[in-house]
Design a protein around this ligand. Sequence first.
Ligand code: HEC
Ligand code: HEC
Ligand code: HEC
Ligand code: HEC
Ligand code: HEC
Length: 277
Amino acid sequence: MRTIILCLASLMLAVFGAGAVLAEEAPVSAAPQAQTVCQQCHAGLPGHLGAPVKDWGGSVHSENGISCHDCHGGDPTDFAMAMSPERGFIGAPEPNAIPDFCGRCHIGVRQDYGDSKHGKALGKGGPQCVTCHGNHAVKRASLALINDKDCTRCHSYERAARIRDALETTDGIIAELEKELDGLHRVGIAVKAMRGKVFSARNSFHRLFHSVDVDKVHEGTAAVQADLEKVEVQVAGIKSELGQRKIWGGIAVVLLVVAGILALLLRRTYEEQEKAD
Ligand code: HEC
Ligand code: HEC
Ligand code: HEC
Ligand code: HEC
Ligand code: HEC
């Protein structure tokens, strides 16, 4: 069956020419990439065989150049041999194999997930990567993924809500600090070192979720917040110094204006005296 469909598809492409398919499906995305044979053939297939092309189209993976063959293996340049195991094709994973499938690239997340109650419940009612992120339409991750609707499919929301609250507070501090640093950068202050600290705090902060361990998340966010507080103190110091500079600058301007007026008055008196003489 598979061979027949493949032969038919190959024949169709041979008749109409790959060029026609390319022209019709020419990508208009920001980063134009040549279409692989995987996309070209699957785009024309019905139902669940064609849907991945569209779903993947707007994904964070597509944006970052991760294509069908990067996940599924195979040869993206050869129509006939594209899905042959000799060319590394591994097909679609079973649900229980998905953490390893995604974890080839997301090594840290794979580890945190594996150590968690979720990872330990894999195959026994626990969620895996695709349960929360989807398979092809994967978007940039955010705390919006933690919500009443998605997290209560298997248990109550209470622990999830506590995790979300802790993460949200830190998220807010990071966003505020990034805005402050942008502001300082605009008036010519060197912020590279402070940005580095916020960036690394942000990275360790975003690693906390997959443990889904309320205590761990609380300890983790406390440590991250302590690091962020040091940067906040630095920013406050710079801002008060800038404020003082502004006051002294203001006083200097006033003094200059007064001096100017005095000079003018002096000159007038001098000129009037000259006329009187
Ligand atoms: C000439 C057409 C054609 C090309 C080229 C092609 N596919 Fe497929 N693909 C199919 C058809 C038809 C099926 C369904 C029948 C089957 O499973 O073989 C399929 C099935 C699949 C499946 C599901 C397999 C499963 O285990 O359920 C995946 C994943 C897949 N293709 C990925 C790819 C990737 C990745 C490439 C490129 C390296 C590719 N395909 C190239 C036609 C094609
Ligand atoms: C980020 C990795 C990733 C990328 C990129 C990706 N896939 Fe998949 N794909 C998966 C996973 C995981 C599954 C299994 C999904 C599941 O069980 O929910 C899957 C399943 C499939 C299936 C079987 C669908 C079904 O319902 O039986 C096909 C066909 C497929 N992918 C084709 C493609 C094509 C074509 C592309 C490129 C346009 C692509 N995939 C890109 C991860 C990926
Ligand atoms: C129970 C739902 C859930 C499961 C299961 C899950 N994730 Fe996540 N994932 C999330 C949430 C929520 C975030 C956002 C956390 C944040 O913003 O701090 C996230 C964030 C991410 C990120 C971004 C991390 C970063 O450093 O910014 C990646 C990558 C990721 N997940 C991949 C995976 C992979 C791979 C798996 C499977 C091994 C997986 N996720 C399993 C919900 C889940
Ligand atoms: C071939 C390597 C590869 C595989 C396999 C892969 N990804 Fe990714 N993924 C990437 C790259 C590269 C990025 C973009 C860079 C980044 O943000 O980490 C990314 C980004 C993400 C993000 C957004 C991260 C963020 O910062 O918000 C999530 C979520 C994600 N992937 C989930 C998954 C899931 C779920 C799977 C399995 C279905 C998967 N990935 C499989 C390479 C991969
Ligand atoms: C597919 C089912 C499923 C989904 C969906 C799911 N969980 Fe879970 N979750 C489990 C199972 C199974 C356990 C382990 C048994 C238990 O503690 O209830 C668990 C445990 C937990 C725990 C307790 C961990 C511990 O160390 O005590 C937290 C917190 C949690 N989940 C948060 C979430 C969040 C947040 C979401 C949504 C992003 C979510 N879960 C979605 C199945 C699920």
